[in-house]
Design a protein around this ligand. Structure first.
Ligand code: KG4
Ligand code: ZN
Length: 335
């Protein structure tokens, strides 16, 4: 069964074509980063317009790469939300249009669920339920208990910034550029993680996340050590990146294992753009007693293949989305 997955929730226009929910035949990602870079973050209106320009060329490229013509396709899936509404509208409308004109079933996929299913792309592993998903992306930081397939319970959330946002904003404060996650990860490799001290994070509910206090500390330390004027490859910048990354990742990892113990899960599923972080990957696989799923690096960032995978499994379970459905911008119940 051939599924097309369309992703356009933020600054990537992407279309994946996959066979039986797992085998990725094509996964074309057209990133808009170079357009948003000079503004230090994603400009929503610009993102919407670029998706409109790119969606058809990306579809054509994906079909060519996969060797798939319209009559070979069995199912259309598209990201329904959460994300930037204007950006989502392009991919979601393209998906519904394809489903209508080709007379195919259509599934609207929650972007967060897509990140979870990125773990199955080009993989043979199975999710073992109950499982705990750590969602670590530019827009979300959540722990979700997956009781069984498609039965989700949100158990913790961030009270302010998302983890990816914390990486990106910190990088911006010290003048490292956008998106900051990969840059900090790279510089941190040659830094001393004990060089800078960050305050401990306290949240009323112990499993919740909060990164705004750390952001304030980043601003304070950047001023105190005049980090903006330091060469980007200097040792002090590398030390700062290593210390900050260590603090951010320890927050994620400690709370994830606390929740895994509390909810007695065996399987921990890591998802979202920050799952590409090398320290997170190292720290989360170090602890014994849990099976850990990490997506392949190429499926960590927003992409169409993960949407196709989630859409395929939803379709197999009997779900469908009417063509009258609309995209949604903010978090919506995953169930
Ligand atoms: O999931 P994603 O592609 O988009 C959203 O759904 O938000 O995540 C993007 C986020 C950005 O904040 C980016 O800085 C972060 O993922 N990111 C990383 C790394 N690669 C991407 N953060 C830390 N380390 C990385 N290696
Ligand atoms: Zn994402």
């Amino acid at each position: 069964m051939i599924t097309i997955g369309i992703e356009s929730s933020c600054d990537e226009t992407s279309i994946g074509i996959i066979e039986n929910g797992r085998k990725v035949l094509a996964n074309i990602i057209s990133s808009q980063i170079k357009f948003h870079k000079k503004y230090g973050g994603v400009v929503p209106e610009m993102a919407s317009r670029l998706h409109v320009l790119k969606i058809i060329p990306v579809l054509e490229e994906a079909q060519k790469k996969a060797g798939i013509v319209f009559k070979n396709i069995n199912l259309i899936a598209a990201t329904q939300g959460p994300g930037l509404l204007g950006a989502l509208s392009t991919g979601f409308t393209a998906g519904k249009t394809l489903a209508y004109t080709l007379d195919l079933p259509f599934i609207g996929v929650n972007h967060i669920e897509g990140h979870i299913y990125a773990n199955l792309c080009d993989e043979e592993k199975e999710f073992v339920f109950p499982a705990l998903a750590l969602i670590a992306s530019g827009g979300h930081t959540q722990l979700i208990l997956i009781k069984k397939e498609f039965k989700y319970q949100l158990i913790s959330n961030t009270l302010d910034d998302a983890i990816g946002e914390a990486f990106d904003k910190s990088a911006r404060v010290i003048g490292l550029g956008y998106p900051g996650g990969q840059i900090i990860d790279r510089l941190a490799k040659e830094g001393d993680k004990k060089a800078f001290k960050f305050p401990s994070v306290k949240t009323p509910a112990p499993l919740d996340f909060s990164f705004s206090g750390l952001k304030t500390a980043v601003i304070r330390l950047a001023k105190e050590y005049n980090l903006v004027d330091k060469p980007k490859d200097s040792q002090i910048i590398k030390d700062f990146c290593a210390s900050l990354q260590n603090k951010l990742i320890q927050e994620l990892v400690q709370k994830t294992f606390l929740a895994a113990e509390q909810f007695q899960v065996k399987h921990i599923i890591v998802a979202g753009g920050v799952s590409a972080n090398s320290l997170l990957r190292e720290e989360i696989t170090k602890r014994s007693g849990y099976e850990i799923a990490l997506p392949a690096l190429k499926y960590c960032t927003d992409n169409g293949a993960m949407i196709a995978s989630a859409g395929y499994y939803r379709y197999k379970k009997g779900f469908s989305t009417p063509l009258s459905a609309k995209p949604f911008a903010s978090f919506s119940d995953l169930n």
